[in-house]
Design a protein around this ligand. Structure first.
Ligand SMILES: NC(=O)c1ccc[n+]([C@@H]2O[C@H](COP(=O)([O-])OP(=O)(O)OC[C@H]3O[C@@H](n4cnc5c(N)ncnc54)[C@H](OP(=O)(O)O)[C@@H]3O)[C@@H](O)[C@H]2O)c1
Length: 263
């Protein structure tokens, strides 16, 4: 019987996950279909998932935290992040994972060895990325424009600052997890400060994908190795795909999924 998967989000129209996963299913000859499911009331996620008989799901903005609270069993680092992006239906029991965090680690492998990272932003993505790095023994610093979201990082013994009390240092990698540059032309922090930080850094990574943000443009201008968030999106998808299909995604499957993303 054909297995059914969805991505829950609000909005969800823009999501590229269906084209990525369907391309992977085709390459694997797996009998599955992956669609978008607009979910307005996040609190209903468990009921909607089970009543529709979905075999698995991904969860995107703004439902990752409510999805975490509604899972029957949460695996791994997601217990610390307190947000999940993947559901598996195990005979009516919801098993949940966060594949954003390990997906990010795969995406930055191309930079070589990383010992210190400055994360710009303190939202959901910053939480996942910082804990994944911390678990890999990387020295992590978080810089955000406001104080409000820093408690999570302080609780996890991660150095965290606002623009007012930050003294830049030298970092192997600077990661933009803010939404600055997504729909506007803003920098994730003051341009002069960013320039000072990037001049001393060895690489720059933007979680935003599909466009050259002002952050990436500045990194390019300074001749820094830099990449956007496409690989992060791809690898969180590949890891979810492996849970969905119960099989390892080899190079051919990963390439098919990458091409699916570009469709
Ligand atoms: N490639 C991928 O697979 C992937 C996966 C997940 C997310 N993303 C991208 O990551 C970004 C963040 O997502 P999220 O879910 O973490 O968002 P979020 O929870 O809303 O957090 C956004 C963070 O950005 C900061 N911020 C927003 N606008 C800013 C600006 N103009 N200048 C400076 N700081 C600003 C906010 O600061 P305050 O605390 O001061 O409000 C907050 O810390 C989005 O662009 C999303 O598309 C990519």
């Amino acid at each position: 019987m054909k297995k059914e998967f969805v991505i829950f989000g609000n909005p969800v129209e823009h999501s590229k996950s269906p084209q990525m996963h369907n391309a992977g299913f085709k390459a694997l000859e797996f009998d599955g279909i992956y669609r978008k499911h607009l979910l307005e009331d996040g609190e209903s996620i468990k009921e909607v998932f089970l009543n529709n008989g979905y075999d698995g799901a991904n969860i995107t903005v703004p439902h990752k935290e409510v999805a975490y609270r509604n899972a029957d069993e949460v695996i791994g680092l997601a217990n610390e992040i307190k947000a999940v992006n993947t559901y598996i239906n195990d005979n009516g029991k919801i098993i949940a994972y966060n594949t954003d965090a390990p997906g990010f680690l795969y995406a930055i492998e191309s930079f070589g060895e990383i010992k210190s990272v400055l994360i710009l932003g303190a939202g959901g993505t910053a939480k996942a990325v910082s804990l994944a790095l911390q678990q890999s023994d990387v020295d992590v610093t978080v810089l955000n424009r406001s104080e409000g979201k820093l408690k999570f990082f302080k609780d996890h013994k991660i150095k965290s600052y606002t623009w007012d009390n930050f003294q830049p240092s030298k970092y192997d990698l600077v990661v933009n997890t803010t939404s600055a540059g997504l729909k506007d032309d803003s920098y994730p922090c003051d341009k002069e400060l960013l320039e000072e930080i990037l001049k001393e850094a060895n690489g720059a990574f933007d979680c935003i994908y599909g466009k050259i943000t002002p952050f990436l443009a500045l990194a390019n201008e300074l001749g820094l190795p830099a990449k956007d968030g496409e690989d992060m999106l791809l690898y969180q998808g590949v890891l979810a795909f492996e849970y969905f299909t119960g099989s390892n995604a080899d190079e051919d499957i990963i390439e098919a999924m990458r091409q699916g993303l570009k469709e």
